[in-house]
Design a protein around this ligand. Structure first.
Ligand SMILES: [Ca+2]
Ligand SMILES: [Ca+2]
Ligand SMILES: [Ca+2]
Ligand SMILES: [Ca+2]
Length: 352
């Protein structure tokens, strides 16, 4: 991953019966490709090509020009992967792929044969004062970040004309087999222009599929900063913090309503629906969060921290729920616990 400079040792024409023929460049030693890497060329090639005999499969060129010209070969890292213990976090930075940026969150679990991917999509959008729709940050110019060890990807920058968005991801895994993990996104929105940015809206979209299977997921918002999605085995909690935001709004809805609205051609604002507290069971609920910054002054920045945390599902029912009179005997306590087990199972299986 990263940029590589290589001396060119040969040039060839690779004929292709079914499509356009390709001009090939051979380097002096093999390139070290990573998954998702793509290559592009910059610099100039000045050469005389004699194509008289091209139809015979011969390709003649004045190679002396190639030898003196410099051709830069860039390998853009369009994907990245962080690992820590039994966890890994996968990224797709290719703007030609989907809007999704964080695409995999695989966590090893000793009770499963292979690591479990709990994340379907995490993507980011923005809208400025005069915009008429939200735009994926993947449409902006990307400066790939630098890995800091295996578990931190630092300073990934998307640059617009007036502002930049800088993100750092930190993955905290546990040892192999332990199904706990956490990753933190630190987001800075920076005004690079010489005028104040007004009404800057930043959107974070999340589609978790807890345990790689959304059908049994139950979704809860009890306080505005926290979103919880769980099934019988795992629980994922998403916590946001944006102290300087003038407003923070969420919307939870079944796939694909929220992402459809973020990618349609009209203005989308969230309005804290459904009203918290709420719980929805056995459906593919997705989460959108909107951070509103009324104004960002010249040279100023605003911060958002987004934490996504995986833990085992809380299998133990609460022994002492606040609305129930305090049990007087040990037997009453046991009976209360049992009735809670029954209730929670019925609730999670009641809807389809
Ligand atoms: Ca995935
Ligand atoms: Ca989902
Ligand atoms: Ca699930
Ligand atoms: Ca929209």
């Amino acid at each position: 991953m990263g940029n590589e400079s290589q001396a060119i040792s040969g040039i060839f024409l690779d004929s292709n019966e079914n499509g356009l023929d390709q001009l090939g460049f051979r380097t002096s030693s093999p390139l070290d490709y990573q998954a998702g890497d793509t290559i592009s060329f910059s610099g100039s090639i000045l050469t005389d090509v004699n194509i008289d005999q091209l139809d015979l499969g011969n390709f003649l060129t004045n190679t002396s020009n190639f030898l003196t010209d410099s051709l830069e070969l860039n390998i853009n890292p369009l994907s990245a992967n962080l690992t820590d213990g039994g966890s890994s976090l996968g990224f797709n930075f290719d703007p030609l792929a989907s809007d999704s940026i964080v695409v995999n969150w695989e966590v090893d679990d000793s009770s499963r044969d292979t690591p479990v991917d709990h994340l379907f999509e995490r993507s980011f959008f923005y809208r400025l004062n005069n915009d008429t729709e939200e735009t994926s940050i993947k449409t902006l110019d990307l400066t790939p970040g630098s890995p800091l060890g295996e578990r931190i990807l630092e300073d990934v920058v998307w640059q617009a004309d007036d502002f930049s968005i800088e993100m750092t991801w930190t993955l905290d895994g546990e040892e192999i087999g332990n199904p706990r993990s956490q990753f933190v996104e630190s987001i800075s929105i920076i005004n690079d222009s010489n005028t104040t940015l007004t009404d800057f809206n930043f959107f974070i979209y999340t589609d978790l599929d807890v345990g790689s299977d959304f059908t049994d997921d139950s979704t809860e918002v009890t306080i505005l900063e926290e979103f919880v999605q769980s099934d019988d085995v795992y629980q994922v909690t998403v916590v946001q913090s944006a102290l300087e935001a003038n407003d923070t709004l969420y919307r939870v809805d079944e796939f694909p309503s929220v992402i459809d609205d973020l990618t349609n051609n009209s203005i989308t604002d969230f309005n804290n629906t459904p009203t918290a507290p709420f719980q929805r069971n056995n459906s593919d609920e997705t989460l959108g969060w909107q951070f509103v910054f009324d104004s960002i002054g010249v040279g100023e920045s605003r911060q958002i921290t987004f934490t996504t945390q995986l833990a085992p599902s809380p299998m133990e029912p609460p022994v002492d729920p606040p609305s129930t009179p305090e049990p007087k005997t040990t037997m009453a306590l046991v009976l209360l616990g049992l009735s809670y087990v029954g209730l929670s199972k019925r609730t999670s299986n009641s809807k389809k």
